[in-house]
Design a protein around this ligand. Structure first.
Ligand code: ARG
Length: 258
């Protein structure tokens, strides 16, 4: 009898320990609101509405929907692309939503949510320019990229390993400046994410065309600090729910059509 009582007592204590320590700590790990860092120079994924000044885009709508799903407030900060990961690590925001490709190198410093869209690098050239049709045609050409993007990485790799002797790589702080340089004739091509090239072609018809198909396979994920595991799980759960309940598809349609 005494033994049984002792056992029951131990079970109660164990349950209390779980309830008092583990659960509250898990909740405490969640921030009061989701502060998002985004480099809003990357339409249609994140951009500033020229008329209203509002922050818009596929990634941002998706993050706002995730906040709604979780009952958490979402605040979006427009930050510079270069240094967006250090800014996360420094605690300036707790999620990056910025067309950020999931890569092995980045995984060493941040956690990624489940992938939320596919993207690959494409080559954009001036309309009518028939010289460049695939990456190997970039040999002897000048190429513009956004600094420290996967586009930058892939052309730098080609140049460094000698597979394509690119004459010059011009690195810009934001994506629109890379296209301006192409229009002005300072470079022969821009290497950039497919969706962004597509949007640029639509926004400024008659200026640019795509040279061939995407030549890399990439996926975007939201990035969090490695220590923020509770929020990571929540966001993944919300993302799955939004894919199921049709909200994801609605947002997709809004920015990419059918
Ligand atoms: N997907 C590319 C990368 O992760 C480019 C992302 C650029 N994002 C932006 N908001 N400018 O490197």
């Amino acid at each position: 009898m005494k033994k049984k009582l002792l056992l029951a007592g131990l079970v109660i204590v164990a349950v209390l320990v779980v309830v008092l320590l583990v659960l509250p700590r898990g909740e405490k790990n969640l921030p009061e609101k989701i502060v998002v860092g985004s480099s809003a120079d990357f339409a249609p994924f994140e951009y500033v509405d020229e008329i209203t000044g509002e922050l818009k885009g596929f990634d941002l709508d998706l993050m706002r929907a995730i906040g709604q799903e979780l009952g958490m407030e979402v605040e979006i900060k427009n930050v510079a692309w270069d240094g967006i990961i250090p800014g996360l690590l420094a605690g300036n925001y707790n999620v990056i939503a910025s067309g950020l490709t999931i890569t092995e190198e980045r995984k060493e410093v941040v956690n990624f949510t489940d992938a939320y869209i596919n993207a690959g690098q494409v080559i954009a050239v001036r309309l009518g320019d028939q010289r460049i049709k695939s990456p190997k045609d970039l040999a002897g050409k000048k190429v513009a990229v956004q600094v420290n993007t996967t586009g930058d990485l892939v052309v730098t790799e080609m140049q460094e390993n000698g597979s394509v002797a690119i004459a010059e790589i011009r690195r810009f702080n934001n994506a629109p400046d890379a296209f301006l340089e192409l229009m002005n004739g300072g470079v022969d091509a821009v290497v950039i994410d497919l969706g962004v090239a597509g949007e640029q072609l639509k926004a400024t018809p008659g200026l640019y065309q795509m040279a061939g198909e995407p030549f890399t396979v990439e996926e975007y994920g939201f990035a969090l600090r490695k220590s923020d595991t509770a929020l990571l799980e929540k966001i993944n759960t919300a993302l799955a729910a939004l894919r199921k309940n049709g909200v994801y598809d609605e947002i997709y349609k809004k920015y990419f059509g059918e």
